[in-house]
Unconditional design. Structure first.
Length: 601
């Protein structure tokens, strides 16, 4: 069988050719090596230990399960299970539906995702950042900061219930533009129509992609790529003029400067000469307070665009009427072409002197006239028309309240933030409390480290730190002073714990929040890139070896999975082996697997 990496790279070679039609894709699903790669990729996900609607998880994985799955794909008898729907809380107090697919469906979806990614990755626009290799929220925000300079208006795009309202016919017809394989398209439609089970009742899906499904993000990007290409063409027609005409103020200063220079050449009196030189210096300082181009020039327009998943933002150099027209045109395109609705209430047109919200940041364009000299000694406005990414105090406030780490008291009519004990954590052990605070602190701060005002994160850390002290004090019915005296070591808050007979220690996070100008982690919201690391590694090698890792017997093996190594007590031989090898899996023969479940190993 062909190596998965070669298969995917072969598809990727034609990705950028927009007129190329991909054929015979369905037969790639008959390649066992593709499923071995998919299994290796998703095996480390914690969600794989969650039982799907069929009552099975990744546990008890075997080569026979893959062979049976491929056989059902060959005769097209394969039918995805309806997802088990659960609801997870949102920040606004509402809930978001999440589907939990069967593990076999996850395998097929992962293989499908790898194929679609190889086909479309080179076809997507550079303005798309959601769920793509080497891209993230940070890359989208940094591109806004880099390309939206000088914008006068922001358009904040909000699509009503995007993932629930994707039209299946539009989706399939969009795929058909590049894919000429009806069997493969029928498989995609099966995923779209699989439905979900909630409260033991089956619900058919007539629109939308399965939320929680592995294939959903790539399908959403394919769907909205049509919007990206529409806006790209719109920008080509909208942009006008090569350069702004000179501003009136700068022209007047330039004319005066020329007159002073001419006069300076003919003046011989030293006093008058010094006065003219002083005037030249003053002209230079006064001139840099004004833009070199006329910002009201009607013959100069620019439009910039960035999208992350279903959130998008546009920056307009032009009039408010231009921005309103752009909004209406995009609204019409979404409605007529993609069968989606643009929310009039949430799709806002904001002047860039006020904050627009995008991916949790507040974005403005600075009008600061602060000056400094460049490397050639010329005065330049440092922050004029530059985009600023800010984290708001309201964002810090809401997150601290969400964690329950703070209470708000009024003093002279003003809010005072006070750290408080998190009573829900006092029954955890010391290490769990410390780790909880560290995870929440580092996770929040890492996301906002590219903010221009990231110094505010020190306020967040202060509240979290003293909330932790109060939580420990509540746990031991003590005071913050006594807790610090007990746990502080060399100026740091330290929790000591025993692991396998060795005393270890862990500190409260105290690193500096220095601003970053590059994306912190470009893959934190994405599965690993299929083409770059598609080789099969040890999980399937161990299964194919057909030698039990416990007793050494030759047999068809079953891979036993555990969610976390720390959950193993080490009382049984198979547990001690997993702990020693630091593996969350062990390949067992059918006899040992039966003994393990009966507790007689």
């Amino acid at each position: 069988m062909r190596n998965p990496e070669k298969v995917l790279n072969s598809l990727n070679e034609h990705s950028k050719a927009s007129n190329y039609k991909f054929e015979r894709l369905y037969r790639i699903l008959f390649n066992e090596e593709m499923f071995y790669t998919a299994y290796q990729k998703i095996a480390s996900n914690d969600g794989c230990m969650t039982k799907g609607p069929d009552g099975h998880s990744i546990d008890n994985m075997s080569l026979a399960r893959i062979e049976k799955l491929i056989a059902s794909l060959k005769d097209e008898s394969y039918k995805p299970h309806p997802s088990r729907r659960v609801h997870i809380p949102k920040k606004n107090g509402k809930t978001r539906p999440l589907g939990i697919p069967a593990f076999e469906d996850k395998l097929v979806q992962e293989v499908t995702r790898m194929i679609l990614e190889a086909i479309y990755e080179g076809h997507f626009e550079y303005t798309s950042h959601g769920f793509r290799p080497k891209r993230s929220c940070h890359t989208a925000l940094l591109q806004v900061q880099k390309t939206f300079s000088g914008a006068k208006w922001f358009i904040e795009g909000d699509i009503k219930g995007f993932f629930d309202n994707i039209n299946h016919d539009v989706m399939i017809n969009t795929l058909r533009e590049r894919i000429s394989d009806e069997r493969f398209l029928r498989l995609i439609r099966k995923f779209l129509n699989a439905g979900y089970v909630e409260d033991w009742e089956f619900h058919k899906t007539y629109s939308g992609t399965p939320q929680g499904g592995i294939v959903s993000p790539i399908l959403a990007n394919i769907y909205l790529d049509r919007l990206d290409k529409y806006v790209k063409e719109y920008i080509r027609n909208f942009d006008k003029g090569g350069k702004r005409k000179p501003s009136k103020e700068r022209s007047e200063f330039e004319n005066e400067r020329k007159r002073v220079v001419r006069k300076l050449k003919s003046v011989k009196d030293e006093t008058e000469k010094m006065a003219l030189l002083a005037r030249l210096k003053a002209i230079e300082q006064e001139r840099t307070a004004f833009s070199s181009g006329d910002e009201m020039d009607e013959n100069y327009r620019r439009l910039k665009y960035i999208r992350y998943a279903d959130d998008f933002m546009l920056g307009v150099i032009g009039s408010k009427e231009d921005a309103s027209k752009i909004k209406e045109n995009i609204k019409s395109f979404l409605s007529e072409t993609l069968a989606l609705k643009l929310s009039d209430e949430k799709t806002l047109i904001t002047h860039t002197s006020k904050a627009a919200k995008f991916l949790g940041y507040e974005i403005t364009v600075s009008r600061d006239n602060h000056q400094r000299r460049d490397v050639r000694g010329r005065l330049r406005r440092t922050y004029g028309n530059r985009v600023r990414l800010n984290v708001s105090m309201n964002t810090l406030r809401n997150k601290l309240l969400e964690y329950g780490a703070m209470e708000i008291k009024l003093r002279n009519g003003k809010e005072v933030w006070k750290p408080k004990c998190r009573s829900g954590l006092i029954y955890n052990d010391d290490l769990e409390i410390l780790d909880r605070y560290n995870r929440e602190l580092v996770g929040f701060c890492n996301y906002y480290l590219i903010a221009n005002n990231c110094v505010l994160l020190h306020n967040f850390r202060f509240i979290m730190e003293y909330s932790m002290y109060k939580t420990f004090a509540g746990k031991y019915k003590s005071s913050v002073r006594k807790i610090n005296k007990k746990y502080r070591q060399d100026g740091r808050f330290v929790v000591k714990f025993e692991q396998k007979g060795v005393i270890k220690s862990r500190n409260f996070y105290k690193a500096s929040f220095q601003r970053r100008t590059t994306a912190f982690d470009m893959n934190y919201d994405l599965q690993p890139y299929s083409i770059g690391d598609a080789s099969r590694t040890n999980l399937t090698d161990r299964l194919k070896a057909k030698q039990c890792e416990l007793c050494g017997a030759k047999d068809d093996l079953i891979m036993h999975h555990t969610n976390k190594l720390k959950n193993l007590e080490g009382k049984e031989s198979w547990e001690r082996m997993m702990i020693a090898r630091k593996r969350k899996t062990i390949a067992l023969c059918r006899s040992c697997h039966g003994y393990r479940h009966s507790g007689t190993i």
